[in-house]
Design a protein around this ligand. Structure first.
Ligand SMILES: Nc1ncnc2c1ncn2[C@@H]1O[C@H](COP(=O)(O)OP(=O)(O)O)[C@@H](O)[C@H]1O
Ligand SMILES: [Mg+2]
Length: 303
């Protein structure tokens, strides 16, 4: 166990936009006796011009005790790879990163998430991913000709942005925002419950809360105007969310599921940097305290 005093006692919270979540985390960690500071990955540097290579984080004279990742900024491919390198670099230097960098890397990529879910037998919609537009167009036509609908998503997308529902072969498809990689998922028909999906918040191997989201359209994200209410899902569905978190090797995750009109649940996405503001409205327990306690335990710090 690393005591708070053996490194710089500070915890780095990686975020561009601290907001409500940043404030909550800061207060929760403070209650447990830990100071934290917000760090933008854009402001970190590798200093490799001496025999003691260093990663400099603004405001830190030495390495932080641990790192909580509240956001990884977008950018060019080089920038995103570089930001992940900073996190990997910190882990190589012995700094615990939460969620761990590999897990974040896998789950920010919707294609890799789908692959891992399928590989491990977790119900997830059929999907196909390619940078070959001819192949993608052929597959899209095949599905649409069978009367199936599809959803085209940016592989690094979030908050319901940039999603396109594909319903007809004649439809004009906007590939421009896909940055050269097309990720297409079969649309799950929720029947009369269209615009409803579920977010299950998993920490370790436990579900701490679940919510039902009702959107203004088929996209239910709270960021897109979706409303939330507390729900208790059955054990099989909860286990699906726990399994989805495990196969993406995350310490905690927000797992999205849709229930089709036959009643079958499908995991559509695993979020490694899940927001909990919506979820907090559905439970009396302080979600942030459960997260920070798991974080401190994972990092070998005492809660
Ligand atoms: N395959 C699908 N079938 C039906 N609705 C979907 C499907 N995939 C996503 N959606 C809807 O769009 C929302 C956003 O999709 P998601 O894959 O979670 O991406 P994001 O990272 O933008 O949240 C989901 O919460 C759900 O409401
Ligand atoms: Mg989502």
């Amino acid at each position: 166990m690393v005591s708070a005093g053996s490194f710089n006692a500070d915890i780095a919270i990686i975020t561009d936009d601290p907001g409500w979540h940043g404030q909550q985390l800061t207060q929760s960690l403070h209650k447990c006796g830990y100071k934290s500071r917000f760090v933008r990955l854009q402001d970190c540097h590798f200093d490799l011009d001496s025999d003691s290579p260093r990663i400099n984080l603004p405001g830190f004279s030495s390495l932080p005790a641990s790192v909580f990742v509240r956001g990884v900024p977008g950018g060019s491919l080089e920038q995103v790879v570089y930001y992940l390198d900073v996190l990997h670099g910190l882990e190589y230097a012995g700094v615990p990163v939460f969620n761990n960098t590999r897990g974040i890397e896998r789950s920010v990529d919707k294609g890799m998430t789908s692959y891992l879910l399928k590989l491990n037998g977790i119900p997830t919609p059929n999907s196909f991913i390619s940078s070959d537009l001819h192949y993608i167009n052929k597959k899209i036509r095949e599905y649409l000709n069978q009367g199936k609908k599809l959803v085209l998503k940016p592989i690094f997308g979030s908050q319901g942005k940039g999603l396109q529902l594909l319903e007809q072969a004649s439809q004009l498809i906007d590939y421009e925002h896909m940055h050269g990689v097309m990720y297409v998922q079969e649309y799950i028909d929720a029947g009369e419950s269209v615009g409803v999906d579920y977010r299950v918040f998993v920490i370790g191997d436990q579900v701490i809360a679940s919510m039902k989201r009702t959107g203004e359209s088929w996209i239910t994200n709270v960021a897109q105007g979706g409303h939330v209410e507390s729900i208790k899902l059955n054990q099989t569905v909860e286990q699906m969310a726990i399994d989805a978190t495990r196969v993406t090797e995350l310490e905690y995750a927000g797992v999205d599921l849709i229930r089709d009109k036959q009643g079958q649940f499908w995991v559509t996405e695993v979020n490694s940097v899940p927001a909990w503001k919506g979820l907090q409205q559905t439970t009396s327990e302080a979600v942030v305290d459960i997260i920070s306690s798991q974080f401190l335990t994972h990092c070998g710090l005492t809660a």
